[in-house]
Design a protein around this ligand. Structure first.
Ligand SMILES: Cc1cc2nc3c(=O)[nH]c(=O)nc-3n(C[C@H](O)[C@H](O)[C@H](O)COP(=O)(O)O)c2cc1C
Length: 283
């Protein structure tokens, strides 16, 4: 689906919203959201995800389940949750697709917040009727941001240093991991890389590292030491999918053509796992 605003503006505007006005969504808005969810079902690695918009009051009345976020989110009347079959790169695909959905929701002036840890996964599985062989890697609340952040929200943002991002020198590299990529040498890709840098990540750890070689941007995951899986969910792989979405959507908005391809260039770094490459398509 097309964005109505520029995706660059949407990426700059999106922030995690944890305090909501307890307000119903208009039926037209719900219809648009359902369309967005239907158009977001297949990730770049080919995994299928099915997303659902769930109204909290509906879950309580029809399934007898009180959807909970351990108090991290207040006032939200709706959530989006998705199911995926555990498979190679399913977490990256989930991150890619749900972040694209979240940018569309930003376009509708709705607030969202990635939740990978602080929600009751089993309650969501019950409401969705999730099969044993599927997982719900993460969810987001959906709604209108409250005028004022709660004190708890301000503390969470401060704790995760949510307004900061790592500098270019720590994230982007030229041919090998010892040469930082300058903004000047990134050329036309300066903007897509800057948009990648603004991506949200679990605990704001920003585990993505990108190496530019001739005709390619190679995406690597540099795991945060001691940051394990959460309930079996690989949150840092979700982070990688989110970063891929920011980069690909921004390239698209600048008419920079490219495709995802697995072409590991074998650049040595013991701490970084190769994920995928963006191959520049001359056009
Ligand atoms: C995969 C993932 C999981 C997250 N899980 C949680 C969570 O469980 N609880 C929470 O309050 N925030 C969670 N966050 C939100 C991050 O803390 C937030 O994105 C980061 O601090 C950057 O802030 P921003 O989104 O406002 O730019 C998660 C983010 C991502 C990408």
């Amino acid at each position: 689906m097309e964005f109505t605003s520029s995706v660059i503006d949407l990426i700059r505007k999106r922030r995690s919203v944890r305090s909501y006005r307890n307000e119903k969504l208009a039926p037209e808005t719900i219809t648009i959201i359902e369309k967005i969810l239907q158009s977001s079902s297949s990730g770049p690695f080919g995994n299928q995800v099915s997303f659902r918009l769930v109204e909290k009051s509906w879950a309580r009345e029809n399934a007898g389940v009180k959807l909970g976020t351990y108090g991290f989110i207040t006032g939200a009347g709706y959530f989006i949750a998705g199911e995926v079959k555990p498979h190679d790169n399913c977490f990256e695909d989930y991150g890619f697709l749900l972040e694209t959905v979240m940018l569309h929701l930003t376009d509708l002036n709705l607030g969202t917040c990635w939740l990978g840890g602080t929600f009751k996964r089993s309650d969501f599985a019950e409401v969705l009727g999730t099969d044993q062989d599927m997982v719900i890697p993460a969810i987001t609340p959906v709604g209108f941001a409250a005028d004022k952040k709660s004190i708890r929200e301000s503390i969470i943002r401060w704790g995760a240093k949510s307004d900061n991002r790592k500098p270019w020198t720590e994230l982007f590299f030229d041919n090998d991991f010892s040469t930082p990529l300058t903004e000047a040498s990134a050329g036309k890709f300066q903007l897509p890389l800057e948009m990648l840098r603004l991506a949200p990540s679990a605990s704001n750890k920003q585990p993505w590292r990108i190496v530019k070689t001739n005709g390619f941007f190679h995406f690597y995951l540099k795991r945060t030491p001691g940051y394990g899986k959460f309930d079996g969910m690989d949150l840092q792989k979700i982070d990688m999918g989110i970063a891929m979405a920011h980069f690909a959507l921004s390239c698209d908005s600048q008419q920079l053509k490219g495709t995802w391809t697995k072409q590991n260039p074998g650049i040595p770094d013991r701490n970084a796992e190769y994920t995928i490459s963006w191959q520049i398509v001359a056009g």
